[in-house]
Design a protein around this ligand. Structure first.
Ligand code: GLC
Length: 779
């Protein structure tokens, strides 16, 4: 395809490679990040994953990188301080570290199929079995040699287990209501990024191509893995790191992090399709307070609208919408409303009329507005790939802001369509340069989230809260996401752990599943176990489908209610810890919920750990995800771990047996942790938190704690406080404030140590607390 390598030329950070058939390039982004590029399209390709700003930042950083280029027998060798990149004929690229150890090499042989033609395979198809045909050759195809024990993580929301080796996936945002099982090739999100680990070498590849693409991580052959696409460019980034976290940080550097959310968004959310009247919403809110269950947010699903027309509300169900929201706000509940992209085709409906007038809808190839069918009936689709449409759409949110709505839930934005998928040739603007559905499909939800985020920021001025179902790489810049329509089945509780962990490794830090499961009928036991996992997921929302059994915390029996209360309260105690993790994420890209392998990659036991996870690096959770199970094995990696419930200490590096009656979700705190807690609250704004509780776990460690007003962007101007807590082996706790910009900081700290408490006043100088003294104090 490319032919012989004839020569090269260095232009700033790009090394142009003259092949017989084409000029390609390798771009040095920094010492450990390179871009491999060949243009196969005529038009300029916009990157949705990478912002101009991060490209600019990389461009500045790359000026510092010294690059050496040597023409050798084996090809052209490009050296940065950390990488050796050998380029050969046909644009074959082999990458080594600076010790010349292999990281990743292009595969030179022909692809070979694992599938041998078997006589009569159609018989299996007759019974209804899906026989997947061999993935054909793609116009763009990158095949990498499997060097040995590679394991693969990331790839977005794909079903199945944590390690993606041996499986094949497709990137094509898909709304499939059947229970999502391991054999699904695609779901709602397309995040073409993965991280590889082999022999303590870590690298990531981001294939920045929004078209339908395939990722075969060794299903076709054990000798190689590959990714490819039919259209777009050959355009991928290779990121090398000393740790998995380094690789992830580079990816986040390219695609951006999730901006710090408002504090209330980290509380508990209650949803159902749908709470249909004001009265019902008031009752739900009342039940939370009466049952002493903290809650910050109630979601209104499609039935709040007038016949599912976006930017309206139902005059029958919600005649007093504004008063309802006002009253609930006063009681500490935020209201989030769903907004789908499909606009009802109906003359006289202002949104449709306006959109028509401004020419905002996507077209078929004859230039007629394209229609399909979603909840409101026949709909047209806004063309979010056009700046003008994004700002028109955004402006419409003023209506909801005016009503007092606190956040927007963007659904059905794959885009979903009930009368068959949008045809390939549906026309989009793509900022005026023109593109068809094949190119925009995977970024449609991303662009819709961008429109919503930017409007919210502009008109409401608080940190936007946007939830989206469909994503592309980089959607974290605009939205939190949930994993779509799961079911109330144990398999989906099990899947929640690897799915959320892989989303975190794909850049999506603010994610959650529908707690209790969306479709099918929940059981009391399943809800108990789900709330135990769900209370640790960044987005904590119970949501369920019309026609399914109710699953609010009080829907079953006293025991289920008590267990819900216990874990929702635990979440509220841990809110400052979650908030700290989000602050950390915005700065370094690390996820909130993490697979063990991210923290302990050298420990083989963690590589395929599908039923345990870390929250940050201090809390290890080993939830029960099997029906009837009342005891489980817990793997504790190296170190000392304290049982959160009993205080028992364990030496890690081994499995332990833990009793897990229905009310217990096993969780362990790393020795040396200083865990910030809030006092008991019914919702986040209930009172000003003037006292921070510090739970101290014996050992050695340090902890950065962050505090601000939890609402707006003033933190970006320095209106925040940052504290550093240090614990030494000799049981000395040192408290410092290292940034002071937020005036309403804490007045006291409450130190919890071995079952005792001591309150100390906050002063600006270093404070030392001798924990032994707390222990010996007579109570
Ligand atoms: C989709 C969403 C679900 C929502 C329903 C009705 O199925 O995934 O969460 O409740 O639509 O809006």
């Amino acid at each position: 395809m490319f032919g012989k390598l004839l020569g090269y030329q260095k232009l700033e950070n790009r090394i142009l490679l003259q092949f017989e058939e084409k000029v390609c390039y390798i771009e040095i982004m920094e010492e450990t990040v390179i871009r491999i590029f060949a243009s196969l399209e005529e038009k300029e390709q916009i990157s949705y994953g990478i912002t101009e700003l991060s490209r600019q930042q990389y461009c500045n950083a790359c000026q510092q990188v010294s690059v050496q280029i040597e023409q050798r027998e084996q090809g052209l060798v490009i050296k940065t301080g950390k990488l050796w990149v050998e380029v050969n004929d046909d644009f074959k690229v082999d990458i080594y570290n600076n010790q010349h150890e292999i990281l990743c090499r292009d595969y030179r042989m022909e692809r070979e199929s694992f599938m041998q033609p078997e006589a009569g395979w159609q018989q299996a198809a007759q019974e209804g079995h899906t026989i997947q045909e061999k993935t054909g050759k793609h116009k763009i195809q990158v095949i990498k040699t499997m060097e040995g024990e590679e394991v693969f993580y990331g790839l977005g929301d794909k079903t199945g287990f944590l390690n993606k080796r041996g499986y094949e996936y497709e990137m094509w945002n898909s709304d499939i209501p059947d229970p999502h099982v391991d054999s699904f090739r695609a779901l709602y999100k397309s995040i073409p990024f993965f991280i590889t680990m082999r022999n303590s070498h870590f690298y990531g590849i981001f294939f920045d191509n929004p078209h339908k693409s395939v990722f075969d991580m060794g299903k076709e052959s054990e000798k190689y893995y590959f990714f490819g696409a039919e259209q777009g460019n050959l355009d991928y980034y290779f990121m090398y790191g000393n740790t998995m976290a380094d690789v992830l940080k580079s990816y986040m550097g390219l695609t951006g992090t999730h901006p710090l959310p408002q504090l209330w968004t980290l509380g508990y959310h209650q949803s159902r399709w749908s709470y249909e009247t004001s009265q019902e919403v008031r009752e739900i809110a009342k039940s939370f307070r009466e049952n002493d269950i903290p809650c910050d947010c109630i979601h209104l699903d499609i039935d709040y609208m007038d016949g599912c027309r976006v930017f309206t509300y139902s005059p029958e169900g919600f005649p007093d919408m504004k008063e309802l929201i006002q009253q609930l706000n006063q009681e500490g509940f935020q209201i989030v409303t769903i907004i789908d992209p499909g606009v009802k085709l109906e003359e006289g409906y202002p949104i449709y009329d306006q959109g028509l007038e401004l020419d905002c809808f996507v077209k078929d190839k004859e230039g007629t507005n394209y229609t399909n069918w979603v909840w409101p009936g026949t709909v047209v689709y806004p063309d979010f790939s056009d700046e003008k449409v994004r700002s028109w759409w955004g402006e419409n949110h003023r209506y909801l802001i005016e009503l007092g709505v606190s956040g927007i839930w963007n659904d059905m934005n794959e885009p979903a369509s009930f009368h068959g998928e949008l045809p390939d040739d549906i026309q989009f603007s793509e900022e005026g340069q023109g593109a068809d559905h094949r190119r925009i499909h995977n970024v449609y939800g991303h662009l819709m989230s961008q429109a919503t985020y930017e409007a919210w920021k502009k008109y409401k001025k608080t940190r936007p809260f946007v939830i989206t179902r469909a994503c592309y790489a980089g959607t974290q810049r605009y939205a939190t996401a949930w994993t779509g329509d799961n079911h109330s089945i144990w398999a989906h509780l099990q899947m929640a752990v690897p799915q959320l962990c892989n989303l975190g490794l794909s850049g999506m830090a603010f994610v959650g599943t529908d707690v209790g499961g969306f479709g099918s009928d929940c059981t009391p036991e399943l809800l108990c176990r789900w709330v135990q996992t769900g209370c640790f997921s960044p987005l904590f929302r119970n949501h369920s489908c019309k026609g399914s059994r109710r699953q609010e915390p009080w829907a079953f029996n006293q025991e289920t209610l008590d267990i819900n209360r216990k874990y929702i309260k635990l979440r509220y105690r841990l809110l400052p810890y979650f908030y700290d993790l989000f602050w950390e994420h915005e700065r370094n890209g690390l996820p909130v919920i993490r697979p063990l392998v991210l923290e302990f990659p050298e420990d083989r036991n963690t590589w395929e750990m599908n039923d345990q996870f870390m929250v940050g690096s201090h809390i290890l959770v080993a939830p029960v995800v099997n029906q009837g199970q009342r005891m489980r094995l817990v793997y504790l990696p190296e170190g000392i771990w304290e049982d959160y419930w009993t205080g028992e200490r364990h030496v890690g590096g081994t499995y332990i047996k833990r009793e897990a009656p229905l009310e217990v979700c096993p969780m362990y705190i790393k020795a040396g942790t200083i865990l910030p807690n809030y006092p008991e609250i019914a919702y986040t704004g209930e009172k000003k938190i003037k006292q921070l509780i510090l739970e101290v776990y014996e050992g050695e460690g340090e902890y950065y704690h962050y505090q601000d007003n939890g609402k707006d962007f003033s933190y970006q101007e320095g209106v925040y406080n940052q504290y550093l807590f240090r614990l030494s082996e000799n049981r000395k706790l040192q408290l410092d404030i290292i940034h002071q910009g937020y005036e309403e900081g804490y007045t006291t700290f409450l130190i919890r140590w071995k079952g005792r408490e001591k309150q100390i006043c906050f002063v600006q100088d270093t404070q030392i607390v001798l924990l032994d003294e707390i222990e010996s104090e007579v109570l």
